[in-house]
Design a protein around this ligand. Structure first.
Ligand code: FAD
Length: 589
């Protein structure tokens, strides 16, 4: 099993040069943070996640989480030990609010910590990840009493959180959910219904589980407008803030899955379980979006984090595996496969996409920070718009890449990649869920085209494209004319697709192009970030190999990966006719 070495230098580089960490921590909300403290925290996190959590990754796959006959669920022992250390070390507190015991770091710094946890052990990471989304929802929408009851325990990680939306008939279509909430005399609610696919919905790593459950109150309007959000704890907190009586909910079964076997995916039955309304009635979808946008960013990170782990393992293997003779090698010697151009093509593809998507996702996190904490209303609104644009792109692009790049990781290993003991196949299987949950990538692409593209009549996207185009003179002046030309071509193709999709009268014609359009968007965004990295690296590259490598990676991306936009453009603008030309359901013979 491979080790994991957190890519600290790249994370710090991105935080500094893409997220503008200096400016971010100058905002009043972060005045207690300085970049050095943030970077020291990352150094500590790197030690913790590589030494304590990464070695547990294989146990998750081989032992997995298991449901016992009494309905309890046991996580692997190594997970429990690592989780106790996670709680003791306070890693759940990094970006949490200070009033409730958090360190109050920017979310972008929290994302770097989460990347390390995800690469170390994705199945494990889902538990703290969902807990941090629950903290956010409670912090933003909860009453003072609810915050006092739950926030501290969730932030330390003594209790964990879940997101409970999905039902058998309500997956992508959340508005179809049927779980019911009936009022109790004491102001609480009785929640009844069956929920499926609930990640870490039952387990033995923490003393309590705080479920955030979507349900309908009596007389609620149909669809998403009639959904409310409830806090439904596994154990009802007692007056001292400890765990009291067990609530009436149970884990009926857990799923057998392709990957993330360490993460229990639960069917939960709620039978008049006691719950408390979060915020106002019928506003549940809006509140859930607070969690979902955060969670979508985190899922994008899972794709990239798994690709990083897979990349490190592939490089290690390619360095030691001897096969064939590289061009120019002595006749009597076998060469390490890393000397072959095709292996290097795969590794460079992984590296360039990972670095580009890391920048995209971290920048998204910084936009979310600014949307919440920027000094003036106009800056907050601009950041909110940027975060809204980047979230579906980051989620879909980075998770599709997660699958493609971990597959390349397997390919680099040859036959050994297909053999489980190598560990490379686990990353590929674990990655496969990421384009599916937190809104499938098809739903992300629809969100981009139908909701984000029309923002301000398309000006939000146009301004983003202008920002990208504006760096051309700087690239040319720095000697990167070919990179500038490649970025200009890809951006003009994205502009073409943008204008055509904005002008569609028939929604199906826009929806037909949504997925290739979203991919183009991701490709161009990464091209932009990598080009900006090259500009930062240019004056330093002569004395610093790491900086010189940044430029080489950006050039490779601009020459060999960014031009994929040309192949996507026809499908992005093709309209729906060809998709509906065949009776697909009736033509299987
Ligand atoms: C391992 C795992 C963990 C999960 N964890 C959680 C959790 O913690 N909490 C939770 O609430 N849920 C969770 N889920 C559920 C997950 O979010 C859903 O599976 C996901 O949203 C897709 O819903 P579905 O499975 O019903 O697929 P469907 O909605 O049936 O989709 C099937 C296909 O149809 C497409 N599709 C659906 N509607 C449209 C449309 N309008 N236009 C175009 N295409 C469409 C989809 O993109 C997809 O390709 C989890 C699922 C899994 C497998």
């Amino acid at each position: 099993m491979s080790s994991y070495s957190p890519p600290l230098r790249d994370m710090k580089f991105v935080l500094e040069h893409t997220c503008g960490l200096d400016e971010l921590v100058s905002l009043p909300a972060f005045e207690h943070v300085d970049p050095d403290t943030a970077f020291s925290a990352l150094d500590e996190a790197a030690r913790f996640f590589s030494e304590v959590v990464a070695p547990t990754n294989r146990d998750g796959d081989v032992i997995g989480s298991v449901r016992n006959d009494d309905g309890s669920v046991s996580a692997p022992d190594s997970f429990k030990k690592a989780y106790q250390q996670y709680v003791a070390a306070g890693w759940g507190s990094v970006k949490a609010p200070m009033e409730y015991g958090g360190y109050g770091f920017p979310g972008a710094v929290g994302l770097a910590v989460l990347e390390m946890m995800t690469s170390a052990n994705m199945a494990f990471s889902l538990c703290p990840m969902l807990t941090s989304s629950a903290v956010l929802a409670l912090d933003v929408h909860g009453s003072e009493e609810q915050k006092a009851h739950y926030l501290e325990k969730l932030i330390t990680g003594e209790w964990t959180g879940t997101m409970v939306l999905t039902e058998p008939e309500a997956g992508s279509d959340v508005g179809a959910l049927r779980a019911k909430a009936a009022p109790n005399d004491d102001g609480s609610w009785a929640i009844t219904g069956s929920k499926i696919f609930i990640t870490w919905g039952e387990h033995d790593m923490a003393d309590n589980i705080v479920h955030l459950v979507l349900a309908r109150t009596p007389d609620a309007p149909p669809g998403t407008k009639g959904i409310s959000l409830f806090i439904v704890p596994k154990f009802i907190p007692d007056d001292n803030g400890g765990v009291g009586e067990a609530n009436s909910l149970s884990c009926v079964s857990i799923e057998h899955k392709l990957g993330i076997n360490g993460s229990p995916t639960c069917v939960l039955a709620f039978e008049d379980a006691q719950g408390w309304l979060l915020g106002e009635e019928n506003q549940g979808m809006r509140y859930m979006f607070t969690m979902m946008n955060d969670a979508r960013l985190h899922v994008g990170l899972e794709g990239m984090g798994l690709a990083e782990r897979s990349y490190q393992q592939a490089v290690e293997f390619a360095t030691t595996r001897l096969q064939g003779r590289a061009v120019g090698a002595p006749k009597t010697e076998s060469s390490a496969i890393i000397e072959h151009p095709d292996i290097r093509r795969m590794l460079m593809t992984m590296r360039a996409f990972i670095e580009g998507s890391r920048a995209l996702l971290f920048d998204n996190a910084a936009a979310i920070d600014r949307a919440r904490y920027a000094a003036d209303e106009a800056s907050r609104a601009a950041a909110e718009e940027r975060a809204g644009l980047l979230t579906p792109v980051g989620k879909a692009f980075a998770t599709d890449l997660g699958v493609e790049l971990t597959s390349l990781g397997v390919q680099v290993h040859g036959g050994m990649g297909y053999i489980e003991e190598t560990g490379s196949a686990q990353h590929f299987r674990d990655a496969r869920i990421t384009p599916i949950y937190e809104g499938t990538n098809g739903i992300q692409a629809m969100d981009l085209v139908m909701r984000k593209l029309p923002m301000r009549g398309g000006d939000a996207v146009r301004e983003y494209l202008e920002e990208i185009e504006a760096i051309a003179p700087e690239l040319e002046a720095a000697g990167f004319a070919a990179m500038a030309a490649s970025l200009a071509t890809a951006t003009s193709q994205l502009r073409d697709a943008t204008e055509q999709l904005l002008s569609r009268d028939n929604p199906n014609d826009a929806l037909a192009g949504a997925t290739p359009y979203c991919r183009m968007f991701g490709l161009v965004s990464c091209g932009y970030y990598l080009a900006k990295h090259a500009l930062v690296a240019a004056p330093l590259a002569a004395d610093d190999t790491w900086m010189a490598d940044k430029i080489t990676t950006a050039k490779f991306y601009a020459e060999q990966l960014l031009p994929q936009t040309a192949g996507l453009l026809p499908a992005a603008v093709a309209k729906a006719d060809a998709l509906f030309g065949i009776d697909l359901a009736g033509s299987i013979n």
